[in-house]
Design a protein around this ligand. Structure first.
Ligand SMILES: [Zn+2]
Length: 255
């Protein structure tokens, strides 16, 4: 393993464990679009799990002179390219591109030698290097495939190129707010109500997920508020709660 890679992996793991992760709004949206309602905590888990075998190389950003590290990692059955800049906080970009990124295309011939590998301040724009400003405004996030507008989301914004960057806690807050807005809009059961229905029938989270033919973690993610059920699943949960015999019916038809 190259020495720079060993050093980079150690720092990425430290950042991820410490929650020192930032996401561009674009990366955050791409993450959600992968399916399964991935959230910023999943990003941390993804970063912690990166190994030298996942490394797809590094290149210098033409705009800023910073090193960008590329990793490819399977997420939800898709090969995802993760692009990182390391400053005092780790930065993350995410791309779902499955074709191999050609590192040689990123020629550095226009960069002066002294710029290569420089490190910008945490709040510098990762796309153009301008210092970004802390602000609050509307941000969109897809929830179960539906665009949800969060009216007052805290983030950093670049006045030059309009790049939007979320600190880890801001990204978490954006997800929580988007889920709350989605839940209210569709009049869905709360996380506690779902737990009560499950316990009413003495089911584990995995039992209920299996009966509803969902992924093993789905119910646990609903109950912890990391994800929210679709309106279709919500009505199924209400049927289980209110219609006698429905649990037996589901058990009979369970795969
Ligand atoms: Zn910018």
């Amino acid at each position: 393993m190259a020495r720079w890679l060993r050093r980079v992996l150690i720092r990425i793991h430290e950042f991820a464990v410490g929650g020192k992760v930032r996401l561009t709004a674009k990366a955050d949206r791409e993450l959600v679009a992968l399916g399964l309602g991935l959230d910023p905590d999943d990003v941390r888990e993804l970063l912690v799990s990166l190994t030298s075998a996942d490394c797809a190389g590094r290149q210098v950003s033409r705009a800023t002179g910073e090193w960008m590290y590329l990793f490819k990692s399977p997420v939800c059955g898709k090969l995802v390219y993760v692009k990182l800049i390391l400053r005092s906080d780790a930065w993350l970009y995410l791309s779902t591109k499955t074709k191999k990124v050609d590192m040689k295309k990123a020629s550095n011939h226009k960069l002066t030698r002294h710029r290569i590998g420089r490190v910008l301040p945490d709040d510098a724009c990762p796309s153009c290097g301008t210092m970004m400003k802390q602000t609050r405004s509307r941000l969109r996030l897809p929830v179960n495939g539906e665009e949800i507008i969060v009216p007052s989301a805290s983030h950093l914004k670049c006045s030059k190129c309009s790049e939007v960057v979320l600190r880890f806690l801001e990204a978490k807050r954006l997800h929580e707010d988007a889920i709350a807005i989605y839940r209210k809009k569709h009049g869905l059961l709360s996380a506690d109500q779902i737990r009560a229905i499950r316990e009413q029938f003495g089911l584990t989270q995995a039992d209920l997920a299996r009966l509803l033919r969902l992924g093993a973690n789905s119910v646990s993610r609903w109950e912890s508020g990391r994800n929210v059920q679709t309106a279709a699943m919500d009505i199924l949960l209400r049927l289980i709660r209110d219609l006698p015999g429905s649990i037996d019916y589901l058990r009979h038809h369970a795969a």
